[in-house]
Design a binder for this molecule. Sequence first.
Ligand code: UFG
Length: 323
Amino acid sequence: MKILVVGGAGYIGSHMVKMLHDLGNQVITFDNLSSGFRDAVLGGEFVQGDLADIPTIDKVFQQYQPDAVMHFASYIQVGESVQHPDKYYLNNFTNTLNLLNVMVKHDVKSFIFSSTAAVFGEPEYVPIDEAHPKAPLNPYGRSKWMVEQVLADYERAYGLKSVCLRYFNAAGADPSALLGERHEPETHLIPLVLQAISGKRPHISVFGRDYDTPDGTCIRDYIHIVDLCSAHLLALKQLTVDGVSKRFNLGNGAGFSVQEVISVAEQVTGKKVKVIDAPRRDGDPARLVADATLAKRTLGWAPVYTDLATIIKHAWAWETKVR
Ligand code: UFG
């Protein structure tokens, strides 16, 4: 297939590009490099461009005529989205509409969308299934939920088919260590712990030890980046065969606390890390765990790297790679 990967130079997008390319697909990456890296695009064509620039998107569709689009290009920081909602609604929502409108114009009907667990807001129950109420607590989550709703309208009006994949905590790195997590600034727990262990940071802060969880720290569902990408692949395959739009929650189904992540990172690396207790971070729910049964049943998705030690081992190989 010929697949346009928007945001293919970012953390998740670059792993997706590699997987698609390695499997023999024709891949075109479209990325403005605002947070991605050109050298993370390990195969296919690369076009530097911005989703605010409709003529350039149009040109890419004219030139490459993709069969399908995967969209990873968005801002992802919850706290920043509260302070600068304009940035989030403009890029994550309005610019996504630009992309969808060009798809409609060129009659490209298959769309895989990176959504998020943040569409659910404070969990009413865990594990969280697809039917859980959607009540995003911040502009980041709302911008993603708005796109999900627009996609339902675009299907009704224009026949555009989509699969929305709601990620829980994407983590780890390609086992080859050719790719890994590279955010600037980095805000995610696992890379921060590993950078503290490797001496790039002075310590790791634990944001709150008074949550209603067994050890008092927040519980998250860490899903290996390769497993996340394999779900995209299966979603795209199914969408192009049955043409039925769907939404899936993607996680391991297992929750690990912040303290457990730190302890497993110490075990995997054989090194100790300096831990500092810090206040709670605004908007952090105590426990976010996915019920990914639907994705497993419908797509035949079978995550391979489900244990936390393997996820951290791969992240550590990337973190310690000379680059
Ligand atoms: N944490 C720390 N110290 C740190 C960084 C994080 O204790 O230095 C804690 C957080 O408070 C949280 C857990 O580690 O309890 C995980 O935090 P991350 O920032 O790694 O991930 P989040 O769960 O906050 O965010 C993820 C995605 C977001 C998405 C969100 C959905 O990265 O894009 O899930 O709720 F919005």
